[in-house]
Design a protein. Sequence first.
Lengths: 182, 259
Amino acid sequence: MNKTNSNIIDKDYINQFSDEIKDIWNTLENVKDPEIPNMSVIDMAILREVNVVDNNLEVIITPTYSGCPAIQVIESDVNLELQKKYSKVYNKITVKSRLAPAWSTDWMPQSSKEKFMEAKISPPVGSSDDNLFKILNHNPEIICPHCNSKDTIMQSFFGSTACKSLYKCNNCLMPFDYFKCH
Amino acid sequence: MSLLKENSNYNSLVEYCLRIADDRMILGQVLAESCGHLPMLEEDIAITNISLDLIGQATSFYEYSAELLGNGETADNLVFFRGEREFKNILLVEQDNSDFAYLIVKQFLFDSFDLLFMEALTKSQNEQFAAIAAKAYKESLYHFRHTKSWVIRLGDGTDESKIKINEALEFLWMYVGEMFEIDEVEESLIKENIAVNTNLFKDKWLTLINDTFKEATLSMPNINDFMQTGGRKGRHTECLGHILAEMQYIPRAYPTANW
């Protein structure tokens, strides 16, 4: 299988595959994150690989946070979607969970960031490749997804889920979630 | 009942894996007990998020333990059907929340250790450990950042918050020694570059917490003080029994129940 050096899976990356594999990627675009319904498992960089070997279909996903309660739902949703469409096509369909390399917000394509804004969630800022100690002392400029103002303030490190922080916009006064760099 | 000792696959690697899992499971469970009792809603959410991360990490280590044990062992069995003597967590993590200052100090002492521990574990020769640690390390940084900020706020806060945090620190300090204990189980795994040699970052840890205490206008306790021990051998404080009673009640009352 062709692999680029980058971990970012976007349209161009998917387009390099055969029609058969492309079709599977496109099918899985229908599986959405249960917490952020406008984001698919591809947008969330959870879906990592689609392989067909000897007419067996294998899909590899990488979980986001260790304790993310959504991941089991996502795994079973991926399985259901594949069974629905391909149960008669392939001998065996498996969904494998792979831990290493660890999931990172760095893997998300630019289009995901735009979808975050549409969902009124401020997208991750910075790279998790930086020395992580730097992240500790770094308070990035977070944009309000409602009015695009940069005049925002953190209310709580932890938001409605572990992957988000709670912010408030000083301009439009709306509270919002920021998806943490991870 | 002894779930483990009869299993022929029970060895140092399993023992070590269970220690890591038990630390996080018990800490996560005790943190979850505070849900609904914290000083404000944001804190309720933050602490339960941290709890969820820890239980998630524990799940990964329990699943790996179960895989190593084989014979149909499961992560759920390891959590719900082992007795107090079979839990190998350090004593620090099982201590009562008592009040918010205790909860924060306990969590801070653990988080500061945990981020150095997980960073080191990412370099383990054991691929599964390294993989779980890579994810857990990033989570531990966010935990540390959170509890550190509270130590500073409570220490450098009001007269009362300072009294309370000092009291908590004074009580909990005797439990930090266990984090740096190395016994024969770990020694053999350290030689194979599987386990983490915690002594290699002990000074770094002391500097890390000293810097925070300085900012919090708290005095640094003495690491050479008397330290409690026993958790790794299954000898626990009274607290663990209460935790297990609550945590294991349902599966033990209804052992055939399924989610």
